[in-house]
Ligand binder design. Structure first.
Ligand code: GLN
Length: 536
């Protein structure tokens, strides 16, 4: 039977609940228990796929093609597991399913209500994941902040689960911000006190309170949080700012969080084996060398939009004992003449052409790509990045001036990037892209083949509607931009990876290898890219 740990948030959202959840998961896993993690998002979208990265940060793609909240990325990276799309539950999914059942007549005779129908649906989904994963411990992070109207049905379901599963089998951990007053340097606990009160008002007494703070929680603040939060002082945990998020599990471990959780849940305590993790963190912290990487995109004002790429770069850099310094290059700024290409890319050692959608900023990105290709700076393009590399190549090397993607110019005379056949009849936009892990066949003798360690087939995750138009394949190949990976989608051939010959990496992939990058096993394509930069 699974144990359930619910993680709630207080005071502010975005205080690092996801990282805290992932860190607790890692500690429990390192004790030798199997762990899975669920993110609950109390919004009405069925999934994150239809949300702008500006609103919500990156859309994380799971192996089974779920378009999910970026916290699933944290869970996968810390726990080193592949999660399912089911591990991201939203209000939209819950209501959709309850209303569908109602229309079908499943509740015949009953008045369908938030309690019990919505709460039952929530509980059954959580239990289904527990059952299917076979995990010893299920972590459930409830998004947003306690007190949000949207979150109430989920908290109510959690409260009921404690009754039904028993106190020994459930635990509540509340993560809340403890701000420091600049003027006095004092850590203020009142907001936490209030958020715990709010939690108690709806019938939940936390078992542990994690204080997110800038500097380690001082004894006085700890004492107050324990007293007003109604928990013993050892159940108050300082989760202060650290150099890297990967250090958080170590911060929690040093305060006995794992031991406390094991005791509460009646699990046998075993010293967690964190040797390799500690190694990685030390490598990250001690690396003196820096590598400057241009991030060419259009959601550059919200770095969370590119979370998994940033992490993949960190993983691969750490592997070589260096740290990436990211230089954000906003396509729109180049397009509008606010930023010159030379200024943007001066001193850059490598570049990532970032994924994206829509026209804005693309001409600026294409201009940056031309510069990168001509100056031989190691460059990788991810998804839209590959597509724009192909557009740039078609225009400036092959000489088709108005070549474009039909996503950006439906009337281009050279649609070198076009809508996939299989996408033409699709009407709705939710969950209908080419999604999830797909096989990529690698071409022997190419850099991609070498990057993947000589494997013939690899699986990477995808999220796109457009693809490289195979009609022009001979032109690309004969001009030197060769295909080094391909796939099939029904009858269609999908070009997956393209590269230029030459000393350095200049490569684009239709896939998103970053989604599978883990601290201890970085994505191979990113490793190869990093190696190419460090060789220069
Ligand atoms: N907009 C492009 C497409 O739909 C690329 C998407 C992406 O970069 N993830 O194919």
């Amino acid at each position: 039977m699974a144990k359930y740990i619910f993680i709630t948030g207080g005071v502010l959202s975005s205080v690092g609940k996801g990282v805290t959840t992932a860190s607790i998961g890692l500690l429990i896993k390192s004790m030798g228990y199997s762990v899975t993690a669920i993110k609950i998002d109390p919004y009405l979208n069925v999934d994150a796929g239809t949300m702008s990265p500006y609103a919500h940060g990156e859309v994380f793609v799971t192996e089974d093609g779920g378009e999910t909240d970026l916290d699933l990325g944290h869970y996968e990276r810390f726990l080193d597991v592949n999660l399912s799309k089911k591990n991201n539950i939203t209000t939209g999914q819950i209501y959709l399913s309850v209303i569908t059942k109602e229309r079908r007549g499943d509740y015949l005779g009953a008045t369908v209500q938030i309690i019990p129908h919505i709460t039952d649906e929530i509980k059954s989904r959580i239990r289904e994941i527990a059952r299917e994963s076979g995990a010893d411990v299920v972590l459930i992070e409830i998004g947003g902040t306690v007190g949000d109207i949207e979150g109430l049905p989920f908290l109510e379901a959690a409260r009921q689960m404690r009754l039904e599963e028993g106190f020994r089998n459930t635990m509540f951990i509340h993560v809340a911000l403890v701000p420091t007053l600049k003027t006095t340097g004092e850590q203020k606990t009142k907001p936490v006190q209030h958020s715990v009160q709010e939690l108690r008002r709806i019938g939940i007494q936390p078992d542990m309170i994690v204080a997110r703070c800038e500097t380690p929680l001082n004894p006085e603040a700890r004492r107050k949080i324990a007293l007003y939060g109604n928990v013993p002082p050892e159940a108050v945990v300082s989760n202060h700012d650290v150099d890297t998020i990967y250090e958080v599990p170590l911060v929690l471990h040093s305060q006995g969080v794992d031991k406390y959780i094991a005791e509460k849940l009646g699990l046998e305590y075993r010293e967690p084996d964190l040797t390799r993790w500690i190694d990685f963190v030390n490598r990250v912290k001690s690396s003196k060398k820096r590598v400057v990487i241009a991030m060419v995109g259009k959601y550059t004002h919200l770095k969370d939009s590119y979370m998994s790429i940033i992490e993949a770069l960190k993983h691969s850099a750490a592997h070589f004992g260096t740290k990436p310094v990211l230089r954000w290059v906003e396509g729109t700024d180049i397009e509008q003449g606010k930023l010159s290409i030379e200024d943007a890319l001066r001193g850059v050692e490598g570049a990532v052409i970032l994924p994206g959608f829509g026209r804005r900023g693309t001409e600026g990105k294409i201009a940056a790509i031309k510069y990168l290709r001509e100056s031989g700076i190691p460059t990788i393009g991810i998804c839209f990045g590959l597509q724009l590399m192909v557009v740039e190549f078609s225009r400036n090397v092959i000489g088709w001036e108005r070549a474009n993607s039909t996503e950006l110019d439906p009337n281009t005379p050279y649609p070198v990037v076009d809508l996939m056949e299989s996408q033409r009849h699709i009407k709705g936009l939710g969950g209908t892209m080419r999604l999830g892990a797909k096989p990529i066949w690698l071409v022997k003798g190419t850099k991609a083949y070498e990057a993947y360690g000589g494997k013939d087939v690899v699986y990477e995750r995808h999220r796109h509607r457009y693809y490289i138009n195979t009609k022009y394949l001979d032109y690309f190949e004969s001009s030197g931009f060769r295909v080094s990976g391909y796939s099939f989608e029904g009858d269609e051939v999908v070009i997956e990876i393209m590269e230029l010959k030459g000393k350095h990496v200049y490569m684009g992939t239709q896939a998103h290898p970053e989604f599978k990058s883990r601290p201890l096993s970085p994505a191979l394509l990113y490793l190869y890219f990093m190696k190419s930069i460090l060789r220069t």
